[in-house]
Design a protein around this ligand. Structure first.
Ligand code: 8YV
Length: 316
């Protein structure tokens, strides 16, 4: 029986992170470890994963010596934290380093979906601008971003960074979540549907939890209404996707800017043909600068845990 490495990877990771983990710890993918389930996962102390894969209880069964789950990203909804806690396994994420880029992307989606920039780009590429009878009035009018009323679901680090940015656009920002936050000078609206009714655009920056799963349902979408827009940089499952498609098709929702989907990389087919949606491939944290910082923080967490059993950015 060959000796297991101290570190395994669970799910796809950024290539230069994989290389660093291989070089430093001879890390290998979980699947390469224990093909027969005979316990050869013994000796593994750290599992490195992303919010898209996570570590579930059945994986823990295969790694009896696991002490830490290190996430590349802030989302950890696919990791079974209760099962981890029951075994004394700790977990880390990469907070702060991705806040700017995710907030930038949320603002980009707000502008894109309200001003229809991506749709206008397709209009130009199709040659419709230059078409006889086309001209500058052929593309439909859009909605004004500056001064718009913005609601934020989940005013954590990222939600606050979105608020700061949109306040610079003269937007009136209010928020909802698990309670009004002390020290926050923005109106808190306890009920999500009520918030949706009051705003022009609802931005989702919350964690996916039992409380937020499916929270943006038909009632909330109808409250947002035909002149309202939804922007999601959180998790696809926060939205009832079928209800969102139905609302768009029924002309009951103005548009949606989406970086995340319930079943990535699948995107509901009905959305692909629509110009009132902006569809991104879960890229919000995906800049050279931020991904390098996330990689370095993952490596720092792994090194720290193997060194003295502590994490640099522990959860909870
Ligand atoms: C990453 C994310 O793209 O931080 C998160 O929760 O979803 C993103 O930053 C992802 O974790 C990497 O796959």
């Amino acid at each position: 029986v060959t000796q297991s490495p101290a570190v395994v990877t669970v799910g796809p990771l950024m290539p230069d992170l994989v290389t660093a983990l291989e070089e430093r710890y001879a890390a290998c993918p979980l699947e390469a470890l224990d093909p027969t389930g005979d316990g050869s996962g013994a000796g593994v102390r750290v599992a490195v994963t992303t919010g898209r894969t996570g570590v579930r209880a059945d994986t823990l069964d295969r790694l009896p010596d696991l002490g830490a789950v290190v996430h590349f990203g802030v989302g950890h909804d696919r990791t079974d934290l209760e099962a981890l806690a029951a075994r004394g396994v700790v977990a880390s994420t990469t907070p702060d380093v991705l806040t700017d880029c995710v907030a930038d992307t949320a603002v980009g989606l707000v502008i894109d979906v309200m001003r229809r920039l991506s749709a206008a780009d397709r209009f130009v590429r199709r040659g419709e601008w230059a078409r006889p009878g086309g001209g500058s009035y052929a593309f439909p009018l859009t909605r004004k971003v500056s001064g718009a009323r913005v609601g934020i679901l989940g005013l954590g680090r990222i939600g606050k960074a979105v608020a700061v940015r949109l306040e610079a656009f003269g937007c009136a920002v209010s928020y909802t979540g698990s309670g009004a936050q002390s020290g926050v000078d923005l109106p808190y609206v306890a009920d999500l549907a009520e918030l949706a009714r009051e705003v022009d655009v609802l931005v989702l920056t919350c964690a996916l939890t039992d409380r937020t799963r499916g929270a943006v349902d038909a009632t909330v979408l109808d409250a947002l209404g035909p002149d309202g827009f939804l922007v999601n940089v959180a998790r696809g499952a926060v939205v009832d996707e079928a209800a969102m498609v139905a609302a768009l098709e029924g002309g009951r929702l103005g548009g949606a800017g989406l970086d995340v989907f319930a079943d990535e990389p699948q995107v509901p087919a009905a959305l692909l043909e629509r110009d009132d949606v902006v569809l991104l491939p879960h890229l919000a944290s995906g800049t050279v600068e931020t991904r390098a910082a996330m990689r370095d923080l993952v490596l720092a967490n792994v090194a720290s845990f193997l060194d003295d059993g502590t994490l640099v950015t522990p959860l909870g």
